[in-house]
Ligand binder design. Sequence first.
Ligand code: HEM
Ligand code: MTE
Ligand code: MO
Length: 372
Amino acid sequence: MVRRRAREPRLPGAGRGGRPRGPPAGLLTARPGRRSRLPPRVSNLLLLAATVLALLTGLATWFVTTDDNRWVVATHGAVGLLLLLLVPWKQRVVRTGLRRRRPSRWLSLLLVALVVVALATGVLHATGLATRAGGQLTMWWHVASGFAVAALLAWHALARRQRLRRTDLDRRLALRAAGLAIGAGALWLATSAATHALALPGAARRPTGSYLLARPRPTIWLLDSTPDRADADPATWQVRVDDADGSRDVAVTALADSSDRVRRTVVIDCTSGWASEQPWTGVPLAALLRPGPDDRAVVVRSSTGYTRRFPLDRLDDLLLATDMADAPLDVALGGPVRLVVPDQRGFAWVKWVVEVRTDPGPPWAQSPVPLQ
Ligand code: HEM
Ligand SMILES: Nc1nc2c(c(=O)[nH]1)N[C@H]1C(S)=C(S)[C@@H](COP(=O)(O)O)O[C@H]1N2
Ligand SMILES: [Mo]
């Protein structure tokens, strides 16, 4: 990238922007007969803004569960495709930058490669042209490359910091930004229309963008691990229950025999791009717990330490399930006992539950996504 600022002489009377008042840059530098280009620092910052927006809207899709919020997923798709429109602008900057042969140019090129992977996996997933690759779902690679982009981008933007000049924020930039937003929306509509017209698998995505599978896919959030099969024995597994009545152990065998058992059909929808609708059988937390007057949350903890909190008004909906599709839960799917959480993405569905307790802390006092 060009660092022109550093080489510019400081002119008397120049403000913090480093440029004397006068006609905007575009008027001076535009070549006749050619559409004037945005200064490289402006293209760079637009690209940075679009990438950050792609990351933020991508994360926002993790909180979508219903059709009402489908627009969040669509917005992310459009913002992602916006990056495609910005590639031609960046080419010139990249070419100039590479000529400088900085040792860190390899990291910058890796960043470009990761953005390309994120773009490609996004489109392959959304259209359904390739929903798996290398033993993982395409969406898993999408999220992984997205986070790698975030890390490298933070470095890249700091290392190649550039400041906008006041004269950059002109009408031309506003028109360009509006044009890009319209272009991105049109590109998203075109991809979506083509997916349906060609009856690609992507046409059958859920509002979250996930594909329905006949069975859940055993999934670990980040660094957690599945307990040994031998340790996950329904005959001996206990759940510690702690509430206004004190603390006691409830055996999975007791849950399996309980007269409070219900069977409910609920979709589990994982952020790695799959979902599955299953009948789950178990005991609602409302039948197990009695909150005290000061309690505001219920805390559910796994034998692995993986923990999520929920508001007390969800006690009727939250199920401690021992069975899926009328068979005992396999250990890979959270057996002997897991949480079923209607209207929350898969990461809230704590597997291998060993503790449920009421708690005076607020339900939101946790990281929005698990860190384990
Ligand atoms: C540099 C970062 C990213 C880029 C460039 C990007 C780009 C894209 C693109 C181009 C699509 C396909 C849009 C379409 O054809 O309809 C897409 C889909 C998707 N992306 Fe990203 N993305 C990024 C980061 C993320 C992150 C961090 C997440 C999640 C945390 C995420 C979640 C999703 C989801 C769920 C879809 C599927 C949407 C659907 O099925 O309609 N993305 N992304
Ligand atoms: N203890 C524990 N529970 C967990 C996870 C985990 O890693 N550890 N992964 C979560 C995620 S991300 C999903 S999508 C579901 C997956 O459930 P499954 O393996 O039965 O498909 O479990 C959730 N519960
Ligand atoms: Mo998940």
